[in-house]
Design a protein around this ligand. Structure first.
Ligand code: P6P
Length: 282
């Protein structure tokens, strides 16, 4: 596992360099979800694939940018599911973006996630890493190395509200719930980048990030294996909760396809309990 974490740290600075130096234009290809790929998406994906080729503990890779499972080392124990550059369309307006990694052992489902990590490419490169029996650890990037900055803990109740998805396509229940939080004085914090948006709520003590089922995306937009489940472990280990629109833990999801999505809610206990009540799932 140590090798995997060290490789993620190396990847972080290679992708940061790519963000600073590579062409921000679109490639002439699409990812497996039919989304146009930026040249940076392709480059970041290649950086990660190359970096893990020689890590003997990695059995396979599943990338948001590729269709299937990429076999690596037959004797490896772990499968890495990752989004190489989440929110990449924000790079050309100079907003923060990130890479997300889920480390699985066995069948690709929530209960087999054993660790997760994400990198934030912002004013500074930062990394968060978690395993099942620990608090998430925050690392700050300085001159191509990371320094551990401490554990992350969510307050029981926060102040920030990150409501995803197109509002006109929200259900009435969801709209009423989001409006209620704002009436309670929550502050809007939403950039359209899952990594910086969830990172901010984690580091500012809590609140709620939501990407619900919508009329245009009835199964939500965010991918289970390499976005939703990895962040669910981080939020639960930080003392918060992470559920879907049925009130089920996201760490209990069992995707039937590597690119399956799920409605998802991440937050402090107060906000998640209030959401369960609003959705009739308490
Ligand atoms: P919307 C970026 O495209 C992304 O996949 C996540 O990073 C982000 O949370 C979400 O989509 C934003 O989606 O529909 O709110 O713009």
């Amino acid at each position: 596992m140590l090798n995997i974490v060290e490789t993620i740290k190396k990847i972080a600075f290679e992708i940061e360099n790519a963000i600073q130096t590579e062409d921000l234009g679109y490639s002439d290809s699409e990812n497996s979800s039919g989304e146009e790929q930026l040249k940076l998406d392709v480059k970041s994906d290649l950086i990660i694939e190359k970096a893990f080729t020689n890590v003997s503990s990695v059995k396979a890779l599943v990338s948001e940018e590729k269709k299937g499972v990429m076999e690596m080392n037959p004797n490896g124990e772990y499968t890495l599911c990752y989004d190489p550059l989440d929110g990449s369309s924000l790079v050309d307006v100079n907003l923060s973006v990130g890479s997300i990694f889920g480390i699985y052992k066995g069948e690709l489902k929530g209960e087999n996630l054993i660790a997760s990590a994400y990198i934030v490419y912002g004013p500074r490169v930062e990394m968060v890493y978690v395993e099942r029996d620990m608090k998430p650890l925050l690392y700050g990037g300085y001159q191509e190395t990371f320094r551990e900055l401490g554990e992350i803990t969510l307050d029981e109740k926060g102040k920030l509200n990150g409501p995803g998805g197109t509002q006109q396509n929200w259900s009435k229940t969801h709209k009423n719930f989001i409006d209620r939080l704002f009436q309670e004085g929550y502050r809007l914090r939403y950039s359209g980048g899952m990594v910086p948006d969830l990172h901010q709520i984690l580091l500012k003590g809590g609140g709620l990030f939501s990407y619900p089922a919508t009329t245009d995306k009835p199964n939500g937009k965010l991918r289970q294996l390499f976005e939703v489940i990895p962040f669910a472990l981080i939020y639960e280990q930080a003392g918060g909760e992470a559920i879907n629109d049925k009130g089920e833990r996201l760490l209990e999801l069992v995707p039937s396809h590597p690119h399956d999505t799920s409605p998802c809610f991440f937050g402090s206990k107060y906000e998640i309990n209030a959401l369960k009540e609003a959705y009739g799932r308490d």
